[in-house]
Design a protein. Sequence first.
Lengths: 693, 565
Amino acid sequence: MAWRIGVDIGGTFTDVALVDDTTGRIGVAKALTTPRDFAGGVLAALDSAMRRYAVAASDVGLLAHATTVVTNALLEEKGARAVMVTTRGFRDVLELRRSSRPDLYDLFQDAPATLVPRHRRFEITERIGADGKAVTPLAEGEIDSLIAAIRETAPEAIAVSLLFSFLNADHERRLGAHLRRAFPDIPVYLSSEVLPEIREFERASTTAVCAYVGPILASYLKRLEDATQGLGLPRLYVMGSNGGVFEASEGIAMPAIAVESGPAAGVVGAALVARQTGRLDLLSFDMGGTTAKASLIRNGEYETTPEYEVGGGASANRFMNGTGHPIRVPVIDLAEVSAGGGSIAWVDRAGSLRVGPRSAGAEPGPVCYARGGTEPTVTDCNLLLGYLDRNSLLSGDMQIDFAAAERVIAEKLARPLGVDVKTAAAAVIDIVNHAMAEALKIVSVERGHDPREFSLVAFGGAGPMHAAALAAELQIKEIVCPPIPGAFSALGLVGTDLKRDYVRTFYATTATANPAALEQGFSALQSEGAAMLDRAGVAAERRRFVRTVDARYARQSYELSVAVPDGRLDASAIMVIADAFHERHRQTYGHDNRTEPVQIVNIRVAAIGTIPPLRIRQEVAAPGTNPLKGERRAWFRASGETTARIFDRARMAAGFEAVGPAVIESLESTILVPPGWTARMDTDGFVLLARNP
Amino acid sequence: MNDTRPAADPAAFEIVKNSLFKIAEEMRIVLCKTAYSPILKSAGDFSCGVFDAKGDMVAQGPDLPIHLGSMPDAVRAVVKAFGADVHEGDVYIHNDPYFGGSHLPDVNVVRPAFNDGKLIGYACLRAHWPDIGSATPGSYGAVTEIFGEGLRLPPLRLVSKGVLNTELEKVILWNVRTPDERQGDLGAQLAATLRATERLKSLAQRYGTERLIAYMDEVMSYSERLMRATLADLPDGEGYFEDFCDGDGIADDADGNDAVFWVRMKVKKTGDRLLVDFAGTDPRVAGPMNAVLSVTCSGIYCGLKMCVDPNSLIPPNSGCWRMIEVVAPKGSVVNAEFPAPVVYSNHEMSHRVADMVMGALVHFWPTQVMACSQGTSAVLTLGGVDPRSGRRYVSYETIKGGFGARPNKDGINVIASTISNTMNTPVEVLEMAFPFRVERYEINPDSGGPGKYRGGCGARRTWRMLEGADAVGTLCMERMRSAPFGLLGGKSGAAAVVTLTTPDGKTRHLPSKGAFQAPAGSVVDMITPGSGGFGPTAERDRVAIEADLKGGYVTAEAMKREYGV
C-alpha cells in the first residue's frame, strides 16, 4: 500500500490530491490557504487528507508540492535585501535593462522595478574579453574594501554577475570564494553557476532573482520539510517551472527554477491525461476565477520556453519587454490571459463592449454571489444564460441572486448597447471565449501546430464550462474533462519525474564544431546531473539524460531548441542536429535556409530520475444509476433559448451519455454540453465530449 | 447578405479588432526571431502595421511611435503607384522619403492580402537597415542632397505573383555594404508580412471579406470617436513653444561651426479639434535635418497621444488623427522639399516635435504633459573591417537618455522616450560581433533636470576600438547645445557630450552630427542627455531628495547647488 500526495496552494484553498499507487484511486482534501505562512495551510490540508483517507505517514511513497513563495515574493516585492557585484563600469546593468519602455504611450508609467537598489550595487575592477581571455586581471587588492562596503548594507544575499563569465568563470569563482568566506551565513549566487549564458542583463537578472528570493524560499522549504518529516512523511519534492520535481536543496541552490510552480503542475497533469487516455496531442486549458492558462502537449510531452519574465505587470505575450524580471530558465510554455469567471464586462465610451482586464476576484465576486459585487462578470452572464443553477451553487452551500445579476447586465450592458439581456450576456461570453481562444492559438497556431489535430483537456473551476465553445472556435473535435477538475493541479504534482536542467554556452557552427569538444561539454553537464541524482538516491535504472542544443542561423538572435541524437557525438550526429534545426525553423517560421551555417549557442542536459507511471481513476456510479437532476431553460447561439437537461456527474455510470443541450454539475465545476455535442462518462471517471457526427 | 454594421454583432467587432492588433504583433515576433542584423533582432528598430485598401493604418503593432504618421504614406505610395495592378503574391518595396518613406535606411516592404481574389488590405513592415549605401558606413553622412544619402527605391514590385524579381534584388544588394546580412533581413520582412496576410485571409474566410473590410473601417472610426470624445472633455486653449536645434552637420562658417536653427510651434485646441501650426519655423538647412511632413506628423501624433490618452486606452491607427490639422510652411525644416537631405531628421526632428508639443500644451493642460525627454536617438555607427575575421561590418547603436519628469512623478532614467522604443544591444553580443570593447555603460549622476519632480538621468557609455580595428564612425545627436527643457519651474536636464580620444592621447569634442575617423585604440565616450524637471526645486519632497542621494542619482554637491540642502 503506497500513496502519493500532491499539495498545491491556490488563492483561496490549499488543495491536496492523494493517489493510491496500486489502484489509481484518487482522494481530495482542502484547507484554507494561510497567506501569512503558507506552511500552516499545507499542514492543515495534509492532516485533513490523511485522516479522511486513513493514510499513515509510513504509507506515503511520494510527497510533492507546488510553491507560490517565489512568485509571491516577486509580485509583492517582499524579497531579501540583496547585494549585486558587477564588472567596473557596469554597476547599473539591472536598472538599464534593455532600455525599451513597456507601454508606448502611457505618460504616467512607472520605471520598471529593480530588485537590487543602486546603493547596494557594487563594482570590482576586472574584465574578460569576447575571446574569453582576461583583459584586466581581477583586482585582488580591492576585495577587502568591497567586503567592508557590502557588510555596511547588512545583506541577506549576494549576487555576482561579471561580463563574459559564461566564457571564463575564473574571476567570478575567485571573487565568490572570498565573499563566501567573508559571509558564511548568507547565500552567494554566481552568474556562472546559476546561468553560464550570453547576454549580461538577462544573466544578471536571473542571478538577482535567485538572490532576492533565495533566503525566503530556503527558510520556507526548510520549515515545511522539517514539519513533514516530523510527521514521518518522505523527503519533500517541489514542482519546478520545467514540469519536473526537484529536492528542496536543489531549489535553494537555484531558486529561479521554482517560479510558476503551480501552473506547471496543471500542465503536467494534462500530460498525464494524454498518456493515460492515449490522446497524445492535447491542448491544455485551465480556467479559474481571474486567469486562464493554455498549454500544448504533443506526443504526450509539454514544451518549455527558455526565457520568462517574473513579477511586474503581467503580460499574455511574454515576448514583449515588460516590467518584470527576466529569468533564463526553462519554463513550461504556457500562455496566460486575464480572463476568468470574475472578469468584469463593460461598455466603453465609444459604445463598444469590453471584458476585463478588471476582475471582481473572489471578493466581492460576481453580482450573483450577493457579496457586494456591483459590476457584471462572466459568471453572471453564464448564470443568465442558464449554464449555472439559478438558486444555488456548490450543491446548495451558496445562495445565488439571479435577479440582481439580470438587473446589472440590463443596466450596464444591454441598455447602452441597445440589445436584450440575453444577447448582451452571450456577447460577453463570446468575447471572453475569444480571448481564451487567442491564448490557445499562441501555444498552437503561433508555434506551427494546427489545433484541429488536438483534443482539448479542460480543468480549473471554470474550464469545463467554456471548453465546448473554445473547441468550436478552434474546430477541435473532442474535449476531455478529467476527474477533480478543481484540484487537478495537485494531481499533476504526483505524476511527474525528478528533473533538473543544466545549461552552458557553447559557441560553434555545425560546420566547424569539434565533436569531441561538444561531447566533452555534454559530459560535464551530465556529471552535474548525475551528482544531483546521486544526492536524491535515484537508482541507475531510473536515470535518464536528455541532450538538446539551442541553435539559430548564424546571424539571428533567437534560438530554437533541437534534440541531440543519443550516443557518442560524431560528425554525422552533428549533421543530424543541423537537419533537425532547418526542419524546426521551417515549421516555426514558414521558411528555412539550408545554405546558411547553423550556430549552436547553448548546450543543455536534462537530468531525470523517473518515477513509476501513475494511473488516475475516480469511482463512477453503478450501472443503471439515473443521473438526471432536472431541466432548465438555457440559451445557446446555435439554438437560441431551449430546454437543457441537468445531470449529476457523481451519479453518471460508465458509458452514460448526456446529449446536448445539457449541463453536468458537480461540487467544484460545471460541464456545459451545447447542442450538437454529446458527453460520455468513461470507466476511469473522465467525461469526454465529442461533436455529434 | 450579412449585416456588416458592427453594432449588429458587438462580440464579432471586438474580436476582429483584437485580431487585427494581434496580427501586427505577430509580425513583430516573426521579424525579431528571424532577422539577421542586431538593430532589428536585438534593438527592434522597425514597425509593423495592418492597412486597408486605401492605405490607411487600421492597426499599429506595439513597435515604434515614430512611424505613426508616416507608415500610412508608405502604403498609399504603393496604392498610388500600382492602382488596380495589385495581385495576390505580389510584394512591393520602397524607401524614398519623397514617395512615402521616412529616410532611406527605413525600407518598407508592403504585401497585399487577398481573399477569393478580392483585395482586403495590406501588411507593411518598415525596418531600419544598418546600411543603405552612400559614402559612409551606416549611411549617416552629413550631405547636402538626398542623392548622397544612399540607394533610393521608389515603389517597386519586388515579388510578382509569388516570383521574386532577382534582378531588382541584385541592384539592391549591390548597393549596400553587408549584402548577405541585408538578404537575411529582407527574408525576415517577407516572412513577417506573409504571416500577416495569411492571418487576414483567414479572418476574411471566417467573417466574410466584405464584413472584414467594413470592420477594418469601423476600427478606425472607433479610435476617432474615442479621440474626439476625449479631446472634447479637455480644456480649450492655445499655446506657443519655440526651441532651437544644435545644427545640421554642415559647417556654417570658416571655423567649422555648425549654426543652430529654430522650430516654432503654435497649438490651438477647440472642442474636439486641434491645430498645430509651424509658422515662423526656419527654412530648409543644408544638411540632413530636414523632415518630410509625415515625419513631422509622427512626432506630433506621438506627443498628442501621450497627452490626450495618457493611460493608453485608444488603439493607435489612422482614425486617431482625423481631427488633427498640421500646418507647416513648405520648404521649411518641418516640411522638406526634394531634394533636401533628410536622414537625421527622421528621428531627431520627430523627437524634437514630440517634446515641443508638451511645451506648447503645458499652457492649458498643465497636468497632462511631461518635461522634455532626451530628445535624440543618439545614434553612433562604427564600421570598417573586423581584423578577427577579415569581414566588413557596420554597427549601429542608439543610446537612451532620460524620460521627462511628469506633473506627479519623477522622470525615468535611461529609457526610450516619445517616438523611440528601440532596445539596447547586449554588450556581450556586440563584442562577439564587432571589433570594439564597451568599457562603461552606466547612469550619469546629476543629469536629470532638478525640480519638484526630477528628470530622468542620462547614460554614459564608452567604446574602445580593438587592436588593428581602424573604424569610420558617425554620430547623429541633438541636445548638445539645446539642453532638454524643464516645465513650470523645473530645470533643464544635462546636455549631451561626446568625446573622441585617439591613440596619440588627444581628446576632442565631437560635433553633434557627421563622420569621424576612429583609428584602432580610439575611445569614444558618450554622455546622453538627461530629461527636464517638472515644477520648482523648492517643492521637492525630502524623502525623494534623500533617496536620490543614497542611490547616487544626485551627488552631494549638486544637491547643495540645486536644492540648497
